[in-house]
Ligand binder design. Structure first.
Ligand SMILES: Cc1ncc(COP(=O)(O)O)c(C=O)c1O
Length: 399
């Protein structure tokens, strides 16, 4: 059989390898402390689960939804107004079957094969995959620590910028955890208008900020709706990742084309889940504060615990991840990840799976309770895996 060339780059060799190694370890009776995938281990709000329980009893709710319930669109509009002070019209809102789905499809509405899409490197994988599925050419925008992981718009080649059709931007950022100040978004909107580029802002972690001001919306910048859409997910804010609930809002032309594309691909979100989304964004929001408190504690236990062993990393200001540079004597994030799993049972994601500039790092997802994080730190300490560093340091001193 002949398959498309796309199938080659769609195979996620790294994740398949990690899964195999994890299963082999479990099959041999050894423990795995899994910090790899960013799926929250925390429960959803009780009142949201109650809505799902009630609504699944109603046989009417098993029909094709086709569209968003008007009450859902209204709830999103109210939520944006209350949470960000941003006004939206119903034509500026669409649901998504998770942000992942929207990010996978939106490039089909904005690019033709060969068009340029600008994406961050390192970046959450679907940022590159979505445009690649659409046949776009990628222009990678480096996220560098020395630039606080902000995209350096001034360094983008103007010839490429003139060709680009879309640009994907996301702060607070997975995997590097950085946030971006309002001045960055002002420059971004100005840049997108100058070069006529659609901006897709993925705001999945706007609620999970530990230090600094609360997360905003790109639409807090005047004129942003002329060029941008924003994705917002309920997966991490409300621990609903399995429900596949997210929204895209903003520029009505882009939203219109996305809705139209989706009308050919899916028949909308299961109605009990649409009602759950309404309950989540319209109901009490204290669950978010509790989630932030828990991740902040986990972050501190991990960062301080590893620092006490001599493994230093920046303290993540946001998200549910930690982005750790490889201990000095390691070069390959994949080799280090496999050795770490083998010697300690701790499973992380190699930075190289987020793009070329992710090499040299590994990502921890803070999806284990405090005791498991402490156990992981102890396992790392007892394994001696960091001692290669001390030994190479000593041999350098001896020279
Ligand atoms: C930056 C970012 N965007 C989008 C997603 C996907 O979210 P959803 O569950 O809404 O598809 C994730 C999930 O980890 C993410 O980290």
């Amino acid at each position: 059989m002949k398959f498309s060339q796309k199938t080659a780059y769609l195979s996620s060799a790294i994740f398949a390898e990690l899964k195999t190694r994890k299963n082999q370890r479990l099959a041999s009776g050894k423990e795995v402390l899994d910090f790899s995938i960013g799926t929250p281990d925390l429960p959803p709000p009780r009142h949201v689960m109650d809505v799902i329980r009630q609504e699944i009893e109603n046989p009417e709710n098993y029909k094709y939804a086709i569209k968003d319930l008007p009450e859902l669109t209204e709830a999103v509009i109210d939520w944006y107004q209350k949470r960000f002070g941003v006004s939206l019209d119903p034509e500026e809102v669409t649901s998504l079957l998770g942000s992942q789905e929207g990010l996978g499809h939106i490039a089909l509405t904005l690019t033709d094969p060969g068009d340029v899409a600008m994406v961050p490197d390192p970046g959450y994988p679907i940022f590159m995959m979505g445009p690649m599925i659409a046949g776009a050419r990628l222009y990678k925008m480096p996220l560098l620590r020395e630039n606080r992981y902000l995209i350096d718009l001034e360094r983008i080649d103007p010839t490429v910028a003139h060709q680009a059709k879309l640009m994907i931007v996301s702060y607070p950022n997975n995997p590097v955890t950085a946030t971006a100040p309002p001045e960055f978004y002002e420059k971004l909107v100005w840049f997108a208008k100058k070069y006529d580029i659609a901006v897709i802002h993925d705001n999945a972690y706007c609620e999970l900020i530990f230090d600094g001001p609360p997360g905003g919306s790109i639409f807090n910048i005047p004129g942003a709706k002329d060029v941008a859409v924003e994705f917002n997910s309920l997966s991490k804010s409300y621990n609903l990742s399995g429900c596949r609930l997210a929204f895209a809002v903003g520029n009505r032309e882009i939203i219109g084309h996305l809705k139209n594309l989706k009308s050919h691909l899916d028949y909308g979100i299961f109605l009990p889940l649409q009602k759950a989304a309404i309950a989540a964004i319209s109901g009490p929001q204290d669950c978010i504060r509790e989630t932030v408190r828990i991740y902040r504690r986990r972050r501190d236990i991990l960062v301080d615990g590893l620092a006490s062993l001599g493994w230093q990393m920046d303290r993540p200001p946001a998200t549910m991840f930690a982005w750790a540079p490889l201990p000095k004597s390691y070069r390959s994030s994949m080799d280090f990840t496999l050795e770490l799993l083998d010697k300690t049972g701790v499973l992380v994601v190699p930075g190289s799976s987020f793009g070329d500039l992710g090499e040299g790092y590994v990502r921890f997802a803070l999806v284990q309770p405090e005791e498991e994080i402490r156990k992981a730190v102890d396992a790392i300490k007892n394994s001696g895996i960091l001692e290669r560093d001390i030994l190479s340091e000593q041999s350098r001193c001896a020279l």
